[in-house]
Design a protein around this ligand. Structure first.
Ligand code: SAM
Ligand code: SF4
Length: 633
């Protein structure tokens, strides 16, 4: 008889027939133990099979490399004491560090229990022991927690490119991996898993991913066990070609986000030799424009519901998806080809999710959709539109502010503005991209409205919600854009008085109508010049408009420390009337916050204000930022 050096348990090999089974599965961050006796009811004895089904593969407990090892229990040891289980687990963990030890026998009261181990070299975070009623050998039917001193917490590093949809998708995967025991880390070089969420909207965004993958390839030379998962729009667009990159282990499109955590767990290599083989897996949609399968929609929705806290985002704020995909086919845009057809989530699922978020302290919700104003869900006789959804969210007491982005100018109905005017929780902020001020270009873009219709829309919004802040997007250098077209865009910006505008240089995207049919004929230098000029125009208008805030006190929701604390730190020490501040707030760090209208406000205050509402007196203003001082209540 040997003694296990890890836990001093006696070991003994036995060859008697197996009549009862104790199945132990060691997963990268989890140990699951199932007891399977001869008289175990089917729903329990089937658990291992169901688990295999979930994993999508057979667990290798009948593998040829299995080495057996027996363990005698004292005959009087029923029920099995927890201390024994803990020692056993310790022993399993010890054996898991040795190659080829993948199965172990346990003899109990002359009856034999076979313990199957599925080993993996990654660290174990959580051990659940399922002790069903028939498994009377366990003292305790609830899961037994075990922590092994040799356990190492797996680290996850996230790089997220692109829009809020991507931020939300990253948060979903992070939440799922946290539940599997992962911890976030700041640097890619510290990580066991690197998640790259990609954007395809402009070529520049894809170029940044490609350059990052070059860095990952370099990193893998010294740390070959790192798993690199590339998800999101570029993963869907480039697919197999991306998987061929030396650094990449996993490729998954936006509709396959629910599968990503499991793909990552399966890809974690056991040892260096395993890592050298380089596990690869892909999950993308073959026919992206086909109506989303109801099972896929359900999976996406179920996965969405697991996101119930703000831990991956700004404190007390959360994004909630209201819609997926897009059906608009603006001629320059790749979104419909990578995120699939437009679908609205059921309002009940959205509300259920927001209620969970509210219970966890969330106060601001941002509803997301590519054309959120087109939200449309039919249930029996009732059709739910965005205005209905906004009212339903506003009924949740602890939700204080509700944003919604992004809106399409052609999809608005007055009820949305009215919901905003009637309910203070619906924040007076609209992001309605105009894209161009030229009717000719808007037609070529397939936007479905004219510049005048756009101006009429925002004027209607301002009539119903007088203080509404409006932001926009513009593309400069769209194929065929003349000086006259460009001037029309300048005119629209001058007339509209946007809070801010995002200006993009046209970037031809593979497969879009504009790329196939229109020549990218505006020279790069002209695009650049128009981009700079439009930003200057927009900023000069906003700078002038923002002066009206000076001296006013605004309510803000504090996000946290300002990422650029040097911004105007000295100026903010001057009050609106020009006098010097004498209070002690200047000893605090600079914080960043936003108003209900989405204006950025920076001021000095205690970091503990993050996630809370505060009152700030505005002392100075710039085109994109308001500066202020905390009002003591
Ligand atoms: N769904 C939103 C809408 O309808 O306005 C916008 C979604 S898109 C991801 C964000 C912005 O990227 C667009 O408003 C547009 O200004 C810009 N964009 C999209 N495709 C582009 C392209 N090919 N080149 C440059 N900018 C582009
Ligand atoms: Fe792209 Fe147009 Fe859809 Fe917006 S509405 S995502 S710009 S196709």
């Amino acid at each position: 008889m040997d003694l296990c050096s890890a836990c001093t348990m006696p070991t003994h090999a036995s060859k008697s027939n197996t009549s009862n089974t104790l199945l132990i599965i060691l997963l990268p961050t989890k140990v699951i133990i199932w007891f399977k006796a001869r008289k175990t009811p089917a729903h329990i004895s089937n658990l291992p099979n169901r688990y295999e089904e979930k994993l999508g593969r057979t667990l290798p407990y009948h593998g040829p490399s299995a080495v057996t090892l027996g363990m005698n229990l004292s005959p009087s040891s029923l029920p099995i004491p927890n201390s024994f289980i803990l020692k056993l687990l310790h022993r399993l963990l010890f054996y898991r560090t040795r190659p080829n030890k993948s199965s172990l026998f346990l003899t109990l009261r002359k009856r034999k229990f076979k313990i199957f181990m599925h080993t993996n070299s990654c660290s174990i975070q959580e051990i659940s022991i399922f002790a069903p009623q028939t498994a009377f050998y366990f003292e305790n039917r609830s899961p037994i927690e075990y922590s092994c001193p040799s356990m190492k917490t797996p680290k996850l590093h996230v790089k997220c490119f692109g829009c809020q949809m991507n931020k939300l998708d990253s948060s979903l995967v992070v939440t799922a991996l946290r539940k599997k025991g992962f911890e976030l880390c700041e640097k890619a070089s510290q990580a066991d898993v690197i998640l790259i969420n990609t954007c395809s909207v402009r070529k520049h965004a894809e170029d940044r991913v490609t350059s990052n993958l070059g860095h990952m390839k370099h990193l893998k030379k010294t740390r070959p066990k790192i798993v690199v998962a590339v998800v999101g729009c570029m993963a869907q667009r480039v697919g197999e070609d991306l998987l061929e990159h030396d650094a990449v282990n996993i490729v998954a499109g936006p509709s396959h986000i629910p599968q990503v955590p499991e793909m990552i767990m399966n890809a974690l290599p056991k040892d260096v030799a395993d890592a050298a083989t380089g596990s690869k897996a892909i999950s993308v949609t073959e026919k992206i424009r086909q109506k989303t399968d109801s099972q896929v929609s359900q999976e996406l929705d179920d996965f969405e519901l697991t996101y119930d806290s703000d831990e991956n985002h700004i404190k007390h704020q959360a994004f909630v998806r209201a819609m997926r995909g897009c059906n608009n086919f603006c001629t320059y845009c790749i979104v419909p080809y990578v995120r699939g057809p437009e679908t609205s989530r059921p309002p009940q699922a959205i509300i259920e999710q927001i209620k969970k978020l509210a219970q966890n302290g969330i106060q601001q919700i941002t509803l997301l959709g590519q054309t959120i104003d087109a939200y449309h869900y039919e249930a029996g006789d009732k059709t739910y539109r965005l205005a209905d959804l906004l009212e339903m969210v506003a009924d949740i007491e602890s939700i204080k502010w509700i944003h919604f982005i992004t809106s399409h100018p052609g999809k608005f109905d007055t009820a949305i503005f009215q919901a905003m005017a009637n309910n203070r929780k619906v924040t007076p902020y609209l992001h309605i991209p105009a894209q161009s001020g030229s009717d000719r270009i808007l037609r070529a873009m397939n936007r479905g409205y004219t510049a005048q219709q756009y101006l009429d829309l925002i004027s209607e919004a301002r009539q119903i919600v007088p203080d509404v802040a409006i932001a926009s997007d513009f593309i400069v250098g769209f194929p065929g854009e003349t000086d006259e077209d460009y001037q029309a865009t300048k005119n629209l910006i001058t007339d509209a008085h946007f809070k801010n505008s995002f200006i993009f240089k046209y970037s031809p995207r593979p497969g879009t109508h504009a790329t196939k049919r229109l020549e990218d004929n505006v020279p790069a230098e002209v695009k650049k010049q128009r981009n700079i000029e439009l930003l200057e125009l927009q900023n000069s208008i906003a700078e002038e408009d923002n002066k009206r805030f000076k001296g006013r006190t605004l309510e803000v929701l504090v996000e946290g420390l300002s990422p650029r604390p040097h911004l105007n730190n000295a100026d903010t020490q001057t009050l609106a009337d020009g006098s010097a501040a004498t209070d002690e707030s200047w000893q605090h760090p600079q914080l960043i916050a936003r108003t209900a209208h989405d204006y950025i406000v920076v001021f000095n205050g205690p970091e503990s204000l993050a996630g809370n509402f505060a009152k700030v007196e505005i002392t100075d203003t710039a085109a994109l930022t308001l500066f202020g001082r905390l009002k003591q209540s």
